[in-house]
Design a protein around this ligand. Structure first.
Ligand code: UD1
Length: 357
């Protein structure tokens, strides 16, 4: 029997971990996991509600590191994860995505020669100013198995010279999740009429007053121009900055709400006419739910969506946001073929099982 340590810490990781945890549970003991929560996200709406709603096993360890500068936050995680890895024997460490929790888990394990399995490997924005880009590149380079969600991610890894045996095209566990949970989400609709869904949390948007004000101004204009509600679930980082500038929407149609749960998000996607976001996960979930997306970033790792015409890059440029909205509102996107067949979690678990045997 083999046991792995799964490291999570931030909201998107709980969602991804749900798919894998359920696949592990279905193995009935052939492979088991302990979950370590770094505590990077700690508000109920950002953390605990995902464990409840998605039925994720309770973490065996919670490091409660909380928020902080990148160095301090990552250092606390490294120390805590190392202590756990020294105390208990694990056959591998499973990390997800590109957050500080991902990097800390990968680095602590690699230094102790514990194999690292990286889910969502090979993504590249080629923008090293993003903390996530640094995290994902470093994590890939200390990992033993690289689970690439798309062919583009596979190609990116090949270009960086990884051993072919390390690279696995698994598909995307977020696609597995949307297929599984969408039918269950219908009771969770936050609004009865159709609307535009918008989210914003990247530091380069929220912490830059000019970019933040351009995006907010575009959203105000969209709410007025299309006579449509905008539902804007506010990430805590964004909330802080909106409070600092005392932001008030210019119309009551622009509605700021608390962060949504996962099922509420899927329900909101089903009712939405369009999605505007700087989130990586939501770009994909929009497409999986049959909606187009305006990307509030200069580039994206999910280039397939842009090539298919399902998403447009608009950065924080008001004119580009308005033009992209005009082109994509109410448009049905191409159903993507790029993210696997909805069984990514099983593929990943089988590879890990064979690796640890
Ligand atoms: C992190 C990830 C990002 C991911 C995002 C999902 C990194 C570098 N970034 O960004 O890739 O897309 O999670 O949300 O790891 N805060 C709270 N309560 C919480 C969590 C955060 O109030 O439960 C506030 C704090 O003021 C904190 C700020 O949000 O300083 C930022 O949180 P942090 O975890 O550092 O980064 P995210 O912006 O969430």
């Amino acid at each position: 029997m083999h046991k792995i340590l799964t490291i999570v810490g931030a909201r998107p990781q709980f969602i991804k971990a749900a798919a894998i945890s359920h696949a592990i549970r279905d193995l009935h003991g052939e492979l088991t996991e302990d979950i370590l929560h770094t505590g990077q996200h700690y508000d109920d709406a950002m953390s605990a509600q995902f464990f409840r709603e998605l039925d994720i096993p309770q973490p065996c360890y919670n490091l409660s590191v909380g928020s902080g500068n990148h160095g301090a936050q990552t250092a606390l995680m490294l120390k805590g994860i190392e202590e756990v890895l020294l105390k208990e024997h694990y056959d591998g460490v499973l990390v997800y995505g590109d957050t500080n929790s991902t990097l800390a888990g990968a680095l602590a394990a690699a230094k102790l020669h514990v194999p690292v399995f990286h889910v969502e490997a090979g993504l590249r924005s080629y923008n090293r100013e993003m903390p996530e880009e640094v995290n994902r590149v470093l994590t890939d380079h200390v990992s033993s198995l690289l689970f690439a969600p798309t062919e583009t991610a596979v190609q990116n890894l090949r270009k960086e010279g990884f051993d072919e045996k390390q690279i696995v095209f698994s598909g995307d566990v977020m696609f597995d999740n949307v297929l599984h949970y969408s039918p269950l989400s219908t009771l969770h609709s936050p609004l009865s009429t159709s609307f535009i869904l918008a989210t914003l949390h990247r530091d380069f948007n929220t912490d830059n007053p000019e970019r933040l004000s351009n995006i907010l101004s575009a959203l105000n204009t969209i709410a007025e121009r299309y006579d449509t509600k905008i539902l804007f679930p506010v990430h805590p980082r964004t909330k802080k900055h909106l409070q600092e500038i005392n932001f008030q929407p210019s119309t009551s149609k622009f509605q700021l709400v608390e962060p949504l749960s996962y099922l509420e998000t899927l329900a909101a996607l089903q009712k939405s006419r369009l999605v505007l976001t700087d989130s990586g996960g939501l770009q994909k979930e929009a497409n999986f739910s049959g909606k187009c997306c305006v990307v509030l970033r200069p580039e994206t790792e999910w280039v397939e969506l842009v090539k298919d015409g399902s998403a447009m890059l608009a950065d924080a440029d008001k004119n580009r946001i308005l033009e992209a909205t005009q082109k994509l509102i109410d448009k049905t996107p191409v159903r993507t073929q790029h993210f696997g067949d909805g069984h990514a979690a099983n593929i990943i678990i089988n590879y890990i099982k064979n690796f640890t045997d």
